[in-house]
Design a protein around this ligand. Sequence first.
Ligand code: MLC
Length: 737
Amino acid sequence: MAAQVPKLEPPVLAELSQELQRFQVGDQQLWEALVQDTARRPQELKPLDIVYLLDAFRRALSFGVRPAPALEATCQRIMECYQDFNSKQCTGALGSVCRLSGHIDSSQQYKVMHLLLGQWLASQPAKWETTPSNQVISVAVSLSGLGVLSDRTETFLAAASSWALRWGAPEGGALSAEDLVVLLWSLKEMTPLGLARYRELVQLSLVRIRAAATYEDWTLVRQGQALEVLLSAKHALVEDGADLAVAEELLLGIEAPMTAALSKQLAQAPCSFLAKVLATGEQGGTDFWLRCSGLTEAAGGPAELCLTCDRHFFGFGAFGLAMPQPVSTVRIVGYGMTALGKLRRSATELMQEALQKALQSTGLQMKDLDGLVAVPSLSHPHFMEAHFLATQVGLLPRQNVRVRTIDTGGAGPVSGLLEAVRMVKAERCQAVAVVAGDAVSSLATADFLARADQGCRDPQGLLPSPCIPNGYDQVARWQMGRSVSREQLAMVSVLMSRQAQRHPLALTKRPHSLEDVLSSRSIAPATNLLECARRADGGAAIIVASSSFMDHHLGHDVVSSKDGAVSERLGPVAASGGVVVLGGGEASGPLFPPRDIDEAMFSCEAAAQSAFSEAQLLPGDVDWFGLYDCYPVCFVRALEACGVAAKGQGGQWVEQMFKRTQSEYQPADFPINTHGGLLAFGAPWEVPAMYNIIEACEQLTGAAGPRQVPRVRRALVYGNGGIFSHSSVAILAKPVD
Ligand code: MLC
């Protein structure tokens, strides 16, 4: 039979592969002939053949077939002919391609998935009014197995959730309660923050699930998915008492049927499924295990289960997914800062004070740190700043302590935060401090300018002194020909001065008028004194640690509870469980503006996109922004790069905000730089992005007093170095456990 394979027409070949897998024929010679033949003449394959072959090869993996050459050739073929696929064929091929991780090269898999998804989206009617529900669910489940979120997946998520809201979830809609569980589960898998952004759909679905109440008829897998969905729904509905009660009720209701099903099928249940139950339970917190003791007993008890899971860590589970990673996030667990102003103290002293205060706020001691990141100072620079500081504070010499100096200019604190996250994740550090401090206000102006100019002067000396304001000024004038007016730039400074009024440490104590800014001393052709970062001395530090370290060493479950024994002596961040770092991104530009300025010199957009992609969020998901504003043009560009304003609309956005904040306004009206930014809070050289981080932490933990924006769940912080020379962006979130 194998010898006949090369003579078969592609449709027959595809049909044969289907029959073989359906009847579980494990004839290796025959399969090998099919693989080789498919790899030899992929150009003859039509969409339907591809769908059948991919499906057959995927299923044949379980009886030892090695289809890599055929898969590669088939994927190549899809790239040539994806436009010939109809909606149903796209769904089928997408399902197989997404489930073949590890058997197809990941970049090829991503490209093919991207093309098929694009084709599927393009073949839907405008409002998906006739899109079959099984296709929507199938695409959602397929995508949920992949960790990558692209623009197209985002488009799918947005469209699928509104489709479900309109056509699927309402009583009598296209989706059954079971379908809704699968759809919500898939949506949840694709967003690290679970179902929070689909609250309305969750509410509707809970009503439908409650009305159906047929857990007993569901498979164990479906029950497991329901369990996950309900736990995630609880987080999504945390501020909504009535719906939360429904989720609780449904959660309690699932215990008995699932316990029964687990007890009956325990022997057959794959270990990774049990592991998933365990991990889900962990997400639910310890009280979940106490409440669902029947379930844990049925599953063999968490401890025993852990052992089983360990052995089968890479097992392929009942959900068709690899084992989930243990639930642990990296968090900012505390911060500290000194006063700002002309302090007449050295940068090192300011760094030490900030570090001590940050440690105090977490209940940790110097000996608990095993990592330190520092950014260099301009006023008292040291060779290997972080090593110098670590030696000064007695952190070194000690075994297993890692320290690093990060020099990305004003982006340093955010780069440092991302480096600390990496140290916790990749180097297994338990607690890392990120420290910055400088005393540029105490420097005489001539000395300050000599040092600052030296850093950014172009070799031809085209940038006049002061180089930094002049460099930004060149960019501002270039931008003035595009999306911002001179007045709109000046309004940024007015806006920051208004914000600063609510922060007790801010240096600018009175709001400026537009006239104040426009008539202040000219520093460069389109830049006046009040549009320059406000020089200051000051230090600030944060502590970064893993959530498991918090749990084990700080007992964060204890301290974060309302009657926590030690919470009084901790800062708000540690006491509320820390602030989760969801994602980050960095990108670079030239050290000084090129002779011909164009878009290529800017890097904030790329950094923000990486951060959004890692956090799997969109600008609309962010409730508070800390945007670098050393000069107004930096702020305007950041508004556009981070998605607050549309491209080219930054200036107009500033003007609208200027008008809106002219009289009494609430923090929620302008949830950006609520502390006043570099222009009005204060700018000790490379420290200020740390103030963005600290303000974000205060906003996320409800500790911002009169500046508090209500219900801040996620915050974005941006640091900019040099003259648009480096961008670092991080996205932070309030923890949900
Ligand atoms: C200054 N003043 C301000 C202000 N800026 N007041 C309100 N808002 C502001 N934005 C006040 C000062 O506190 C001081 O008040 C007075 O104005 C004069 O300021 P000065 O700094 O003492 O003046 P001078 O010595 O003449 O220097 C002017 C200057 C300098 C523009 C050359 O201030 C300067 O270079 N500033 C920018 C600093 C900078 O570029 N930082 C880096 C940003 S780039 P009083 O009451 O004390 O007289 C970046 C990226 C990176 O952040 O990588 O670093």
